[in-house]
Structure formats: structure tokens, C-alpha cells
Ligand binder design. Structure first.
Ligand code: BT5
Length: 326
């Protein structure tokens, strides 16, 4: 792609101006075509300084998702090495499933700047305005079906660790996979097993993070927040995506090496409501008890009036200071 080639050339000369003539000779395109490409790159958010005498200089890459910019900061072996980035999709999980059925490789990552029908668990809706990180990864790990929930736990720890590493922000995990800040949801995870796990072990791991937009873009009824609201500034989505993918890849590799206990302990360190009285909701049923931890297969352990119970699905409600659950 010519645009990527121009960026590459400029990036290789960070302190210098690269003349239009040099770009034109190197890429075998006209000066007028280069001017058009540079303009398009600027529209995409690249800051490129152009001087009639000296040529062009790349000053900044965009904060919004961009395939080239993402590739520059990616440090993984397989996750995100094949990318499908669209301006708009119904849902990145749906597209990832389609691509997985067509043979998409382990690590294939689908991203969209906007999702029109973002999905939560149990057919719930996930609001996905522009500025968020809406990303689904196709995983074909060396694991069994019983390990699927461990991969979603791994994704939540990866997100928490990436936010801490990049912005020194400490957020918590509400079982099973809600990422929360001060009781408000910042991110959610949707893990879906594709086809016959026994034949081709495939999991689509969808991660949705409210990043560069104000809280007001989401329905007022949600207990939600955004990174922009917390930090007060916009962040580079390419760096955030690359960092999450790196943390996730490391965790997938350790799970393949059977290091679940390590992940379990990391998850517990980041869990909210541990040791507290919580309510677990499963369809119509609500069970109350003390949140003791998670079992070796990722199930929630609850100490109830009738002894210890374990839950592999459902959601947790925490008790607020005023004793109401949320
Ligand atoms: C989740 O479901 O939390 C999983 C969300 C996964 C979204 C990602 S985005 C990329 C990929 N592609 C998709 O289509 N999905 C994945 P659940 O635990 O069921 O929570 C859903 C509930 O969260 C909704 O019923 C709302 O109450 C609330 N909610 C909806 N949008 C939200 C948002 N943007 N921020 C916070 N809460 C939201």
C-alpha cells in the first residue's frame, strides 16, 4: 500500500525532511499522487509537516486506530499479527467468527472504530460509540474446552495490567469479567467458543473498553465510565491495543503451559468484593454469601448459609455502603 510505504519512509527518517522527489522516485509515483496521499494521511490523524523546499516530516501518529500505527507498536509473536480493521462493523465478534470459519489464523484480530450492534453476554447489547476500543481476537490455543473460561479471565487480567502499565491506573475485576472503576463499568469481555472445540479449538475473545469519549455518549441508565472521564485526556488506541495483546499473549502461553494457578492468583489480586458479602445472580435465582475466591477451573466460590457453593456462570452484585446491591 503506497500510503504505508510513504509512512515507512518518513518514519525511517524521524529527524529529517524527506523530499517529494525522493518519495516519488522511491515509490515510483507522481508528486501529485504523493501530495494526495499525504493529505489523506493527515485526514486520518497523522501530523505531517510539509515544507515546499525541504519535503515532508512525520511528527505524530494518530490516537485513533490505524493499521500502520498499530503495527509499529506491536511486540507480540502472533496476536494482532493479522489485522482486520474496519471503520464500522455490526460487531467485531461476529466478524471474527466469520473469519474463523474461513480459516482465520490464531491471533487474527478484528477491530472496529464503531459497532452498530455490539454484543454483551446473553444477547445483551454493548454500546460502542466512536473512540472506544472494540476488539476481538481469534484464539486457537493448545487448550481444552474446559479452559475457555480461563481465557476470558486471562483477558480481564491483561486489560487491568495494560491500564496499570500505561497510565498507572488501578482498576478492578468484578467476576467474571467486568472491568470496573469505583463501581462503574469501564470494560467488558465476551468469550465465544466457535464450532466444535474438539476438532478446531477456537475461541473468539471480544474485548470492549470505553476509552476516548465522554461518559455522556453512553446511556444515562448504565453504571459506566470511560478512560477519558477518569484520566481527563485521550490516549493512543494503537498503543493500548498493542499492550493488551502483548499481556494477553503472555497469559495464553502460560495457560498452555498449565500455569493456571498463577493466573488465578493474579485475577484474585485484582478482584473486587473478595471476602465481602455479595449476591450471585443466575437467571431468576439470587444466592447470597461471602465471596471466597475462584476455583482451579475459574468458578466463583461462595460461602453460603448452606455451605460452600461454586458458580461457573452468572454475575456478581456487590453491596454498596448503603447496603443496596449493584
Ligand atoms: C459484556 O457483557 O460486558 C461483554 C461486552 C463485550 C463487548 C465487546 S466489544 C468487542 C466485541 N464485539 C462485540 O460485539 N462484543 C465484544 P455483559 O456482562 O453482558 O454486559 C452487558 C451490559 O453492560 C449491558 O446489558 C449494559 O447494562 C452494560 N453496557 C452496555 N454497554 C456498555 C458500555 N459501553 N459500558 C459499560 N456498560 C455497558
Amino acid at each position: 500500500m503506497v500510503r504505508h510505504d510513504i509512512l515507512q519512509l518518513l518514519a525511517e527518517h524521524p529527524e529529517e525532511y524527506v523530499s517529494g522527489e525522493r518519495i516519488s522516485q522511491y515509490l515510483n509515483v507522481t508528486r501529485a499522487a504523493i501530495w494526495k496521499h499525504i493529505k489523506a494521511l493527515k485526514d486520518e490523524g497523522f501530523e505531517i509537516e510539509g515544507q515546499t523546499k525541504n519535503g515532508y516530516r512525520l511528527l505524530k501518529t494518530p490516537l485513533s486506530l490505524n493499521e500502520w500505527a498499530l503495527e509499529q507498536v506491536l511486540t507480540t509473536i502472533s496476536l494482532g499479527r493479522t489485522i482486520c480493521l474496519e471503520d464500522e462493523l455490526a460487531s467485531t465478534n461476529i466478524r471474527a467468527k466469520e473469519l474463523a470459519h474461513q480459516g482465520g489464523v490464531h491471533g487474527l484480530t478484528v477491530l472496529a472504530k464503531y459497532q452498530s450492534v455490539g454484543q454483551g453476554r446473553l444477547q445483551r447489547q454493548w454500546e460502542s460509540p466512536r473512540g472506544g476500543l472494540w476488539m476481538s481476537v481469534v484464539l486457537r490455543p493448545d487448550l481444552s474446552l474446559a479452559d475457555a473460561s480461563k481465557l476470558t479471565l486471562a483477558a480481564s487480567v491483561a486489560i487491568v495490567d495494560a491500564l496499570e502499565a500505561l497510565y498507572q491506573l488501578r482498576v478492578g475485576i468484578k467476576w467474571p469479567n467486568d472491568i470496573v472503576y469505583n463501581g462503574q463499568k469501564l470494560a467488558g469481555i465476551l468469550g465465544e467458543v466457535v464450532g466444535e472445540w474438539n476438532v478446531v479449538q477456537t475461541l473468539i475473545l471480544g474485548m470492549g473498553i470505553n476509552v476516548n469519549f465522554p461518559r455522556g455518549r453512553l446511556s444515562a441508565s448504565l453504571r459506566a465510565t470511560t478512560l477519558y472521564e477518569i484520566l481527563g485526556y485521550e490516549v493512543d488506541l494503537n498503543i493500548l491495543a498493542a499492550t493488551i495483546l502483548k499481556h494477553l499473549e503472555n497469559k495464553v502461553i502460560s495457560l498452555e503451559q498449565k500455569a493456571f494457578n498463577e493466573l488465578r492468583l493474579s485475577w484474585l489480586e485484582r478482584a473486587v468484593g473478595l471476602g465481602e458479602e455479595v449476591r450471585v445472580l443466575q437467571r431468576e435465582r439470587a444466592v447470597q454469601g461471602v465471596f471466597k475466591g475462584i476455583s482451579i477451573d475459574g468458578a466463583l466460590l461462595l460461602e453460603t448459609e448452606n455451605g460452600e457453593k461454586s458458580f461457573s456462570a452468572g454475575e456478581v452484585q456487590l453491596r454498596s455502603n448503603t447496603s443496596t446491591y449493584f
